[in-house]
Design a protein around this ligand. Sequence first.
Ligand SMILES: Nc1ncnc2c1ncn2[C@@H]1O[C@H](COP(=O)(O)OP(=O)(O)O)[C@@H](O)[C@H]1O
Ligand SMILES: [Mg+2]
Length: 250
Amino acid sequence: MKIAVSGKGGVGKTTISAFLVQALADRGRQVLAIDSDPSPHLARALNFPQAEDIRPIAEMRELIQERSEREGSFYRLNPRVSDLPERFMRQKGNIKLMVLGAIQQGGAGCACAENAVLRTLLNTLLLSKDEDIVIDMEAGVEHLGRGTIAGVDHLLVVIQPYRGSLETASKILAMGKDLKMNHLEIVANQVHGREDMNYIQENLGVEPIGIFLVSDEVREAERAGVPIYEAGSTFGKSAQDLLDILEQMT
Ligand SMILES: Nc1ncnc2c1ncn2[C@@H]1O[C@H](COP(=O)(O)OP(=O)(O)O)[C@@H](O)[C@H]1O
Ligand SMILES: [Mg+2]
């Protein structure tokens, strides 16, 4: 199963991604975690050793330059990336981690050649047949190329029960509809109770397929710098419930 986790900064993408990765690993699956956030924290959230030393591929200027070399006035649409997973993948138990860093949107000031390298790498990783994949990514669907959209089974949009978050989610849902994406799902985070769920229902008109409550354990673990994942915690159970639902849908 291939899951992309998107949403506004700070909504809880990295936290939810980390729990999904670990919950899949707990089920005995081989999992590939991909961090495609501009400020990548998934390594830390997954408690990888020396997490702070892992350099995102997006920041390896020389390597990217070399792979995105222009041919005449065109840049390569299919830069060579096949050796990169082996070179830069980290592994811990049955979890593999690849830290890509930010893939920028096309358009003005776009570093298109560089982005072609990262996008090709992401799409190559998505072809993996033997692993479940969880991608932690910034922002909405407009950042995803068609190849990426086609490569994932579920594109989760994480929201919080606040006006700004729901407005962003509405835009993403509308865009998803335009792109004919029928695998776009809402996941609610930092929910306090029924009132929050009613607020989401009234303002978004879409029922979240997963709900994560505000968690003191997560908050405290994050602050103390200790592993945030706990299989038996309320958050851990919510991650398992969400996986069950996603698997039924796949
Ligand atoms: N349900 C929750 N309860 C309490 N704290 C949470 C919850 N979800 C996320 N957090 C905290 O909120 C902050 C932002 O979460 P993070 O996963 O880093 O968001 P994002 O990756 O979307 O920027 C982190 O400090 C995280 O520990
Ligand atoms: Mg994050």
